[in-house]
Design a protein around this ligand. Sequence first.
Ligand code: SF4
Length: 333
Amino acid sequence: MRFPLHVTTSTIRHQIRNGLKGNRRYPFVLMLEPLYTCNLACIGCALERHTGKLSDRLPVEDCLEAADISGAPIVSICGGEPTIYPELADLVDGLIDRKRHIYLCTNALLLDEKVYGVIPPNKRLMINVHLDGMRETHDFVCARNGVFDKAVAMIKRGVALGHHMMANTTIYRETNIDEVEELCRLLTGLGVEGMLVSPGYHYESVERDIFLTRDEIQKKFRRVLEISRKYRLTSTPMFLEFAAGMREYNCSPWSTVTFTPRGWKGPCYLIGKTYTETFEDFWNGTDWDYWESRQDALCRNCAMHSGFEASVVRELPKHPGDMFRMAAWNLLG
Ligand code: SF4
């Protein structure tokens, strides 16, 4: 199976539960950003995500309360760099107690000090290592030499220790898709269980012109679609077809909600128009019809999985053929 059975069953249960309550919109994923501090300053990263002070981090209790309030079965711990968060082990424990599935999104530099030997492998914990290319490219994107070699060493060690290791890659204007294929080959050989490939989003705080236009995304993703037939990508085939310009979806920004040291970020993981203290203010104060429609200029070039994978799921009942494809993709992947 492409996703572990317990992840698939709990997301299906979550859908059924919300369907029975008549909820049209509900979170699937909580993007939990407990700190805006990082040990890198990658060129495509939003400025605010790596320039914050550690002392401004979220308390563990607030993080766990956010998981409870959002109800999302999946929690992606990102930031900032979550391995710098001093209370990471307590946070992971608390989320596992709440039966959440955790993606720990990391640059891997501190995994040997802060995770391995500290946080035991658990079927609910997936370590998701950021790798944007092979050595030269990744070190360039991370603005530091040696990051690629360390990340690869940490993936090998994580696999050997029995952790569920994954990887995620962002595609920029300069990304050579043949190199992405080479990376997929390498990661598959290392025993990584899944790879997420997504187009970079042009944050307002990033001045460099490295981001793709919609046309460029479609061209690059037509090649990613071919790669997905050979390697274990975790993006659904329908999402990849959308990114490749072969089908259209409205956005589902409510499916991925984001809690940060500044509060609940709205309307989506990418755009911080508002930061509110309470989930209710965020949820009830966001004009979901407007953001679903993608009419805002900030949505023009967006094809992020955080907005559109839930749209794929939402549309499945209307297309029985897609339903069968999706089931086969997960079961046989
Ligand atoms: S299209 Fe992209 S930027 Fe716009 S609301 Fe959806 S996820 Fe956010």
